[in-house]
Design a protein around this ligand. Structure first.
Ligand SMILES: *Cc1c(COP(=O)(O)O)cnc(C)c1O
Length: 373
């Protein structure tokens, strides 16, 4: 019997990766922005259609470094969403800033742009929206609000790599965007991340914060950390980038099949898709309406697990419901995020998931609902 994991890392062939890392035994240059790092960075500039990008050891450090590079006064308020991975909120707090939680749109689960203005105070300095499950935030409205109130915008685009909006690369919006290249993401460098940005001074800060504040030989300019990407990570990125489009195509097929099989099932709600977005099909979430199915999200997860189908409560818990969060900020009022995070389940999705696999998983979901009534 098959065992279905939620994600399965894409990998190049063994030979392709070995070929890519072979020169490192000659150069003995393993990190500190070496040849592979530069080669990968240039490939990304082209793929993402952006002017500037810097590479990081992981996505979290990339986001935290980006927020530090804005040089905002300590304790500045940052409007963000609680429907995300812990990293988004934690990077704000760890950068010495205060998260202010805004509720999400019930259709696409991204930050509800209509509510942002009501949360702005004189301490608000930035917005950190998150692109969710292959959907893109309401970019136009967010840019407008940011302009009107002179706020910085840093997108958590952690799982949006490879997407575009109205033909523009997803890294080209806001003041900066962060991508995660973690092994579970659509595109990965084992661990890794990147920040795309517009402003040169921001870029200089970002480089310094990434490498102990070292600006040049004998010149240290700030209290930086260490968040550089090494050569083996970059080599994995170079290889995986060659296969990314093909990988997204396969995910698209599986996602569309899921959608067609599940969209008419009573009590199962799917997120809406934006026709201007070219998605990367990162996740396939379903929202289970217990009052219609008679089955709770947790029971559905358990029953699927009995069939060796693993799913993930992603994102759960909503970050503003964590027991210790009120030591750092207010929980805010976010009933939609709470409801979705209590009812959402992401299904297995990876490039080599076959049509039969998707049918098997959907048939089980439908059967569990029928038996549960
Ligand atoms: C994965 C992820 C991160 C963190 O990235 P890492 O590379 O794992 O550090 C941050 N935000 C979101 C929304 C993510 O999905």
């Amino acid at each position: 019997m098959n065992n279905y994991t939620v994600t399965r890392s894409s990998m190049p062939s063994f030979e392709e990766y070995i070929e890519e890392i072979k020169p490192l035994w000659e150069t003995r240059w393993l990190t500190n922005r070496g040849i592979k790092h530069e080669h990968f960075r240039e490939a990304l500039l082209e793929y993402l259609k952006v002017d500037n990008v810097q590479l990081f050891c992981n996505g979290h450090q990339a986001l935290e470094s980006a927020l530090l590079s804005l040089n905002l006064p300590e304790g500045s308020e940052v409007i963000t969403t609680p429907f995300t991975f812990a990293s988004t909120t934690f990077s704000i707090i760890r950068a010495g800033l205060t998260p202010v939680f805004c509720d999400i749109d019930p259709m696409d689960f991204t930050i509800d742009a209509k509510l942002i203005e009501s949360l702005i105070t004189e301490k608000t300095k930035a917005i950190v929206p998150v692109h969710v499950y292959g959907n893109i935030c309401n970019i136009e409205e967010i840019e407008q609000i940011a302009k009107k109130h002179d706020l910085k915008v840093v997108y958590d685009a952690a799982h949006a790599f490879g997407e575009s909006y109205k033909g523009a690369g997803i890294g080209s919006f806001g003041d900066a965007s962060m991508f995660s290249f973690h092994a579970t993401k659509v595109f990965h460098t084992i661990e890794g991340g990147a920040v795309c940005y517009k402003d040169d001074l921001f870029g200089k800060n970002l480089r310094n914060i990434q490498n102990f504040g070292i600006e040049a030989e004998d010149v240290i300019t700030c209290v930086g950390g260490n968040a550089k990407m090494n050569e083996f990570q970059a080599a994995m990125g170079i290889c995986n980038l060659r296969h990314l489009d093909d990988s997204i195509r396969k995910r698209k097929r599986a996602s569309e099949l899921y959608r067609s099989k599940l969209s008419e099932v009573k009590g199962i709600r799917l997120n809406s898709l934006n026709s201007f977005v070219k998605s990367n099909y990162a996740y396939f979430p379903i929202v289970i309406a217990e009052e219609e199915t008679g089955i709770s999200r947790d029971l559905m997860k358990e029953r699927l697990h009995e069939q060796h189908i693993n799913t993930r409560k992603y994102f759960f818990p909503a970050i503003n419901s964590l027991p210790f969060i009120d030591k750092h900020c207010s929980r805010g009022n976010t009933p939609v995020a709470e409801a979705i995070s209590n009812a959402v389940l992401t299904l297995p999705l990876y490039e080599d998931l076959t049509e039969e696999d998707v049918c098997f998983i959907c048939d089980n979901i439908i059967r569990i609902i029928e038996n549960g009534k």
